[in-house]
Design a protein around this ligand. Structure first.
Ligand code: HEC
Ligand code: HEC
Ligand code: HEC
Length: 378
């Protein structure tokens, strides 16, 4: 987008531009703590511009979607041709299967972000998975953690690049606020003084298993202090292609951290990496939570609303569960939860719904959720 076009937008957008411009790569990245601001009043042009900023900034999309060939280069590809091709691919069976047009493309883009493995572009899958598992992280969960407004803005940006009129809803007062950074006039960003903040700011967990992300595009950094000393670690961060970790590919880790981080931050980061434990800390185990006594707790503890449209989440990774009682018997519903791959709901992918609820959930919790679903009105 040219600056001239930006000038034509509303005052609201200009305010956004001032804020998000700092996240564009040519500008010193902002390192201060995010503050909350409302997106209320943003028009579609504003959504597209916000999406572009997020693509380069908080979304960390350009870490992978660039010209290095590790992910489709969404800024160079002719999306007007490639998105419709994906929808027509016989391998595609996601939310927009069999559909065409702008709304279908919106569904495809949002699904790419929420459930990247629902469809994997040929040649880009994780090694050894025959293009069934995507290396792309889910972007609405840690470490990237985009809100639904932010994902809609990214979808609007990509729809616009593909020549479609964006179909995403505009932000409303009920949406969760978008995390913003304070404006450029505030002076140089404060120095980051904690290793964890530096890891968060530079998106290391999108590729390395940190913060429980489980990412494996780069090697695990746990126990790295046993393999590398301080100087080697600093070199690995600022000149990642100097030596390549065995079994991993060169060219994937960004090579500009040395330009973007201050010296003191590099030292803090190196110390943080040296002190990482030998193995990843165990994630909180849902079965260790006290047994849920209400259906809301069951849904929250086991993340059902992250994939199904429950509690107003609007999620579409899995089917809508309203009116399920008319289609399935209580036993059928129980089986669908405990053994999700026994039969696959039409139009949805196998292997996405967790298959270990039988081990995780107490019998009383299963009874609660089955009862609830049997009676959930259409
Ligand atoms: C760690 C690397 C990585 C990051 C970060 C990442 N992606 Fe991806 N993405 C991929 C890979 C690899 C593919 C191709 C495999 C697939 O289809 O899932 C992909 C596929 C996609 C597709 C489908 C592309 C097509 O040609 O059909 C879209 C859309 C997409 N990503 C959007 C995004 C957005 C938006 C962001 C930022 C919020 C993002 N990605 C962040 C690696 C990444
Ligand atoms: C887009 C993906 C990506 C991001 C983001 C990323 N890395 Fe990496 N990293 C890799 C890959 C792939 C390798 C293995 C190839 C290599 O050695 O260059 C690697 C290697 C490393 C190594 C060497 C590990 C070894 O065992 O030799 C260190 C240390 C490291 N990264 C630290 C970091 C830190 C700290 C950050 C955040 C400031 C970060 N990385 C961000 C992909 C990434
Ligand atoms: C990571 C995403 C994900 C999570 C979390 C998830 N599901 Fe699912 N679920 C799916 C997908 C995808 C399908 C469709 C494929 C299939 O049938 O396995 C599905 C199918 C189902 C079905 C069958 C629906 C039908 O129309 O046949 C039921 C019932 C169900 N899920 C209930 C739940 C419950 C209850 C929870 C929480 C305890 C849950 N799901 C958590 C993704 C998820």
């Amino acid at each position: 987008m040219t600056f001239i076009k930006v000038m034509g937008f509303s005052v609201v957008l200009l305010a956004f531009y001032a804020v998000y411009a700092q996240l564009l790569p040519q500008v010193e990245p902002d390192r201060s703590a995010p503050v909350e601001a409302s997106t209320d009043g943003l028009d579609m042009a504003g959504m597209i511009a916000l999406g572009e900023m997020l693509f380069h900034g908080k979304g960390t999309c350009t870490l992978c979607h660039n010209d290095l060939g590790r992910a489709p280069d969404l800024l160079q590809t002719d999306l007007a041709a490639s998105f419709p091709e994906r929808l027509a691919d016989p391998r595609y069976s996601g939310v927009s299967a069999g559909k065409t047009g702008a709304k279908a493309v919106e569904g495809y883009i949002l699904e790419s972000m929420r459930a990247p493995s629902a469809y994997v572009v040929a040649g880009f899958g994780k090694k050894g998975t025959d293009d069934t598992v995507s290396p792309m992280p889910v972007v609405d969960a840690a470490p990237i953690g985009l809100s639904s407004v932010e994902m809609n803005a990214l979808a609007a940006f990509l729809q616009d690049r593909a020549g479609f009129d964006p179909t995403v809803p505009l932000p409303s007062a009920d949406d969760t606020p978008v995390a913003q950074t304070p404006d450029a006039g505030a002076g140089p960003a404060p120095l980051l003084t904690s290793g964890q903040d530096i890891v968060d700011e530079y998106g290391c967990a999108a590729c390395h298993d940190l913060n429980g992300s489980g990412a494996d595009i780069g090697p695990s950094l746990y126990g790295i202090g046993k393999r590398m000393d301080r100087a080697q670690l600093i070199e690995a961060v600022i000149d990642p292609n100097a030596t390549i970790a065995p079994g991993f590919e060169p060219g994937f880790m960004p090579s500009d951290f040395g330009d973007r981080m201050r010296g003191a931050e590099l030292l803090t980061l190196a110390q943080f990496l040296l002190e990482l434990p030998d193995t990843a800390p165990a994630l909180p185990d849902p079965s260790a939570l006290p047994v849920a006594t209400t259906v809301t707790e069951v849904i929250d503890n086991y993340g059902c609303a992250g994939c199904h449209d429950l509690e107003g989440s609007g999620a579409e990774v899995g089917p809508r569960l309203n009116g399920l009682g008319a289609r399935l018997s209580p036993d059928g519903i129980r089986t669908a939860i405990l053994d999700p791959n026994a039969s696959i709901a039409e139009g949805f992918e196998a292997g996405l719904m967790p298959d270990d609820f039988a081990q995780q959930m107490a019998d009383s919790e299963i009874d609660l959720i089955v009862d609830y679903l049997v009676n959930l009105p259409e």
